[in-house]
Design a protein around this ligand. Structure first.
Ligand code: PRX
Length: 629
């Protein structure tokens, strides 16, 4: 499965385009299937309807765990580093992983969870989060992980959208110097969730919590009673594996659905090739299991490859900005994968936090989640990689399931800020706003993909039409990513950022419509418009313009209220960085807000605001410019 040279990459790529079916059949032979496929692929991008490894049967956890037990039972699957510095590293072998996953799967069965049922997971970055995903997959339940930074309201919306039967959570979470409540947030969410029958609570912080008789159970007590064996449920290749909610340009977050067979094949293949993982190496991805990176490149990809990973509960800057490098030194990490926002914040802290540590074990560095600016790339390359580690700038999305455009470490020549070339099986193209393909090199356009890869989104949960509309209708016959992209003279791809109303804050996707709808819940606000603006650390910050006609409150009081309402409705991650109280918004005569102007003002532009002649009231613009924060 592993490509070794650039020539091999080119050959694999050519084959994957000319004969995709035989290409993927060969890769798929490396896994355990209960029954092989009748056909490799059936697809159309119109409905859309995409089936990989048609009628094949498998269980992904058997491939992640059981098949490694013959020769790797005592190999370490995870080294767990706690939030608090100085605690001993915990070791979880593949055998331990097997036993814990099976016990938890048996608890779920006892709770009445069956194949196809949905289970919500709301946990900190502790080993139990990984056990939780795999326990669901073991019995064919569909996991829906909600990131720990989301509010009760967001949990409630997600639970209700997919009618989850069980919630797996903890009493609280450690996050740097803070202790965050988890169970009480779930309790609040469950006040309006009729589908949830049982809640399993892991004691992490030992804070006082409320246990509802007959509904809430203690994790340790329940798992202890269970057997270490649980026969894996045999799944169809196209049975759903998980739902993961993600924000788009309109409406509430949608539940992106991934299925078993294709996701398994692609996450393992991309992991092995992008990072060039070698047996015995130690790999560390700093993401949270609450996001797709934590699904594909902390849980499934590395385990499918039988890798040894680091799992980290804490933050990059706690107790100080040397924490990542201290752990790298301590565990002799070979492959390190993080987000540009973390790199920028550690760069800002200064080299004194890097110098004390020996980083000579590092062989490959990775970046994900947002465009990496050249300065951050150079700092990462020079001070962390000591100019000897390739940086794999991996471009992908929740919807793509796995990495689509990225260098292969030590194989593809890298270039700062470029995700470089597509992985085998991935056929990108650039189109103009009318959908016409832009050919040749040295061009820029909207990034689309013209052929399915095995881990492409299959549907949005409970609303297939929304999936069609969002990804397959803008440019008929193509999957549209929502990203703008350049292709340079060498044919290398550089992602320039979202072309829709999605803001990428510290690598997290936030829909402007979602934030606006939360702000509009504020009693004094009659209307709002939210845009992104360049932010030194976060990549993009959230800038909110809010119309408040008349209020007794000061602007500071209003801002506090707006922040608290956004925190309550979405979660602290969506809090605007800047809130400007205005009397009006620039609108066209048909009532459409001209965001282009608001974006320019937020970026600091004062004069060059483009054509404002179609505005209903051009005077509004000057007032906004004058009041800019
Ligand atoms: O805009 C792109 C950006 O993140 C978006 C996907 O966000 P999400 O689904 O949350 O997944 C993040 C982790 C895969 C993309 O549409 N993005 C992701 N990786 C990169 C990137 N932008 C530039 N370069 C990247 N390497």
């Amino acid at each position: 499965m592993q490509i070794k040279t650039f020539e091999e990459y080119q050959q694999a790529y050519d084959l994957s385009v000319k004969q995709p079916e035989s290409f993927w059949a060969q890769i798929a032979e490396n896994f355990n299937w209960n029954k092989k496929w009748d056909k490799i692929l059936n697809w159309n991008f119109t409905d859309p309807n995409i089936n990989w490894f048609v009628n094949a049967k498998l269980n992904i956890t058997e491939n992640c765990i059981d098949r490694h037990l013959t020769d790797k039972a005592n190999n370490v699957a995870f080294y767990f580093e706690e939030n608090e510095d100085g605690k001993p590293t915990q070791t979880i072998t593949y055998q331990d992983l097997h036993d814990e996953v099976c016990k938890l799967a048996n608890v779920l069965k006892e709770f009445g969870v069956k194949k196809g049922d949905r289970v919500c997971i709301y946990l900190p970055m502790i080993p139990q989060a990984v056990f939780a995903l795999l326990a669901c997959a073991r019995i064919g339940a569909i996991h829906s992980v909600v990131f720990g930074g989301f509010s009760a309201q967001s949990i409630q919306d997600r639970i209700n959208d997919s009618c989850c039967k069980v919630v797996l959570t903890s009493d609280g979470a450690y996050r740097g110097s803070k202790q965050i409540p988890m169970k009480s947030t779930v309790d609040e969410a469950l006040q309006n969730c009729t589908s949830v029958e049982k809640v399993l609570v892991y004691k992490r912080t030992n804070e006082k919590i409320n246990l509802v008789q007959g509904r809430d159970f203690d994790w340790e007590t329940e798992t202890k009673k269970q057997s270490k064996f649980c026969t894996p449920e045999i799944m169809d290749s196209e049975d759903p594996l998980f739902i993961l909610y993600t924000s788009g340009s309109t409406g509430k977050p949608k539940g992106v659905v991934h299925t078993c067979g294709g996701y398994m094949v692609f996450t393992c293949y991309s992991f092995l090739n992008v990072f060039q993982y070698q047996p015995g190496q130690i790999y560390w991805c700093t993401a949270d299991v609450g996001w797709i990176t934590g699904h594909s490149y902390i849980t499934y990809g590395p385990l499918l490859a039988g890798a040894t990973s680091v799992l980290f509960e804490g933050l990059p800057n706690y107790p100080d900005a040397g924490r990542f490098w201290k752990i790298t030194d301590k565990l002799k990490v070979n492959i390190f994968y993080t987000a540009p926002t973390a790199i920028r914040s550690l760069e800002a802290a200064g080299l004194d936090f890097v110098k004390p540590y020996d980083l000579s074990s590092l062989k490959v560095l990775g970046s994900v989640g947002e465009p990496i600016n050249e300065e951050a790339w150079q700092w990462y390359h020079k001070h962390i990689g000591k100019e000897k580690c390739p940086i794999v700038d991996t471009w992908w999305q929740t919807e793509t399931g796995g990495i689509l455009i990225s260098p292969l470490a030590n194989i593809t020549k890298t270039k700062p800020s470029y995700a470089t070339l597509p992985l085998p099986g991935v056929q990108p193209l650039l189109v103009d706003d009318k959908g016409k393909e832009i050919t040749g090199n040295g061009v820029e356009g909207n990034l689309c993909i013209k052929f399915p890869w095995p881990s492409i989104i299959r549907t949005t949960y409970g609303d297939h039409e929304r999936c069609r509309q969002t990804y397959f209708a803008t440019y008929p016959g193509l999957y549209f990513t929502g990203d703008g992209c350049k292709r340079d003279e060498d044919g290398y791809y550089r992602i320039t950022g979202r072309v829709d109303d999605v803001i990428n804050v510290s690598g997290h996707r936030i829909g402007t419509a979602e934030v606006e709808s939360a702000i509009n819940q504020c009693h004094d606000v009659v209307e709002s418009a939210v845009v992104g603006y360049p932010h030194d650390i976060k990549g993009q910050g959230i800038y909110a313009y809010c119309i408040v006609p008349k209020s007794e409150k000061t602007h500071d009081e209003l801002r506090k209220e707006i922040l608290s309402i956004v925190s309550k409705i979405i979660g602290p991650i969506a809090k605007p960085d800047k809130i400007q109280i205005v009397n009006g918004l620039p609108k066209t005569r048909s009532g459409k807000i001209m965001r282009r102007i608001l974006r320019k003002v937020a970026e600091g532009e004062t004069t060059n605001l483009g054509d404002t002649s179609t505005l209903l009231d051009p005077a509004v613009v000057q007032e906004i410019v004058n009041g800019k924060l």
